[in-house]
Design a protein around this ligand. Structure first.
Ligand code: FES
Length: 289
């Protein structure tokens, strides 16, 4: 019987009665399962893990997304770059009687440009040539050389400096961007990547390019004169190539500036990426063409 046992039957020690917790003393933990505001330790640790993961993900994604979004929005900045005296480029003096290709090519080491797609390999060809190269008389089949030369000389004698203009042609192929090179043999540009071909003014003569070579704004200025930004903006500082070609002014300099695209009619458009047509039906279907 319990009352017959020492310590009422509870386990004890040799030194005295048991004083520890008894089953009758147990008080159950309150149940918070229905309380949405109660945060258990498990839930707290889960929230900490989720928050930490979110912070790490944001630390990786924010710079990447920010770069991807803001880079295209950031406009390129161009400045006028002096590429040398005008006399270096205006080397096709009257009376233009040489039947050889009349286009002069000057290669500039690099086009100074800053912006998201700045490219150290940007190069331009400076062309002082006929505005309408196709107007050059061609020898007829079987035509006597002297007869042709006389015909050419007569045509050339009617030319003036106003029949020539100064162009800066970017060497970036309009197909996929490979650097084109001037070919004296064809008096045009050829692309080593997929056989794109252009004439001396950068108009497409063969291959896959969807538009002509891009151009770069070019002007001749008298460096001894100063102009306000408004006058420069209005083009008042520009000396026409036809005037510069007949001038001996040593202060005339050639400057190149902002690139732009053109269509086959040589109408200017905002600069397009390689592969993009600038006008016509295909320009509306891009990039599905
Ligand atoms: S990149 Fe020039 S033809 Fe393709």
């Amino acid at each position: 019987m319990a009352e017959d046992e020492p310590n009422g039957g509870a386990p004890g020690t040799q030194d005295g009665p048991y004083t520890g917790p008894r089953a009758a003393d147990y008080v159950p933990e309150p149940d918070h399962s229905d309380d949405p505001g109660y945060v258990t330790r498990t839930r707290f640790l889960s929230n900490v893990a989720i928050a930490g993961g979110g912070v790490l993900t944001a630390a990786i994604l924010v710079p990447v997304v920010g770069f991807a979004v803001t880079t295209p929005l950031k406009p390129e900045e161009f400045r006028w770059v002096d590429i040398g005296p005008a006399s270096d480029y205006l080397k096709n003096p009257p009376p233009y009687t040489n039947p050889a290709p009349s286009t002069k090519i000057g290669e500039v080491a690099s086009l100074a440009v800053s912006g998201p797609s700045s490219d150290a390999d940007r190069r331009i060809y400076v062309v002082y040539g006929l505005k309408n190269p196709s107007a050059r008389p061609q020898p007829s089949p079987g035509e006597d050389t002297k007869v042709y030369e006389a015909k050419f000389a007569k045509w050339a004698s009617g030319l003036t400096a106003a029949d020539f203009d100064l162009l800066a042609i970017w060497n970036r192929c309009a197909h996929l961007g490979c650097p084109v090179a001037y070919s004296p043999g064809s008096a045009g540009y050829v692309c080593p990547c997929h056989g794109g071909a252009y004439d001396s003014r950068g108009l497409v003569t063969g291959g896959p390019p969807p538009r002509p070579l891009d151009r770069v704004d070019i002007k001749i200025v008298d460096s001894s004169k100063s102009f306000t930004p408004e006058q420069v903006e209005a083009g008042k500082d520009r000396v026409p190539p036809a005037v510069a070609a007949k001038s001996s002014n040593p202060n005339l300099r050639v400057l190149v500036g902002k690139p732009y695209s053109i269509d086959e009619a040589q109408q200017p458009f905002a600069l397009h990426d390689p592969g993009m047509p600038v006008s016509g039906t295909l320009s509306h279907l891009y990039p599905f063409t």
